[in-house]
Design a protein around this ligand. Sequence first.
Ligand code: GRF
Length: 198
Amino acid sequence: MKKRVAILISGGGSNMEALLQDMELDHPAAPVLVLANTPDAGGLAKAEKRGIATACVDHRPFKGDRSAFEAALGAELEKAAPDIICLAGFMRILTPEFIARWQGKMLNIHPSILPLFRGLHTHQRALEAGMAVHGCTVHEVTGELDGGPILGQAVIPVMAGDTAEDLAARLLPMEHRLYPAVLRRFTVGEREKVTLFP
Ligand code: GRF
């Protein structure tokens, strides 16, 4: 029986698409839901084109009532009954209570070499710090923001004259290699770290 994967998105969903594409191959998991927190998420149409069930719980009507939003988000997830949840460009902070419900089953991809540069604007911060390398991390989600056990990392060089946009563009293809590689292993209980270089 394949493991059931739900993917949470907020935007274009390029990482979601990389995961869906890989699960179309011979894979121990299958996607059961793509769930967005905004109807504007371009990834919803990409998922629908691949015949994947989608749902949207728009966070805006909840006007900052985080627990009400998470109750609605959780209801969609409970319906899909995933074994694994992949946050893929999902831009809402989740409460420890919500995370506890899915502890050990939730992954995230973060565009930095954690524990460096937790939070936002990672590319700009890496440039400002004078990093010679940059990268992305797939980790288990815990109550600590961008702080869960690392499952894989991919590294890219920082070139002279790079802008934050240059780094983001150079990193994204590595994200699309790393996340599927980690999900395959996570699905079958393998926890040996994945390390990717260009
Ligand atoms: C990516 O840089 C990812 O690392 C971050 O959100 C960005 C966009 O992701 N979490 P996607 O194209 O929506 O998957």
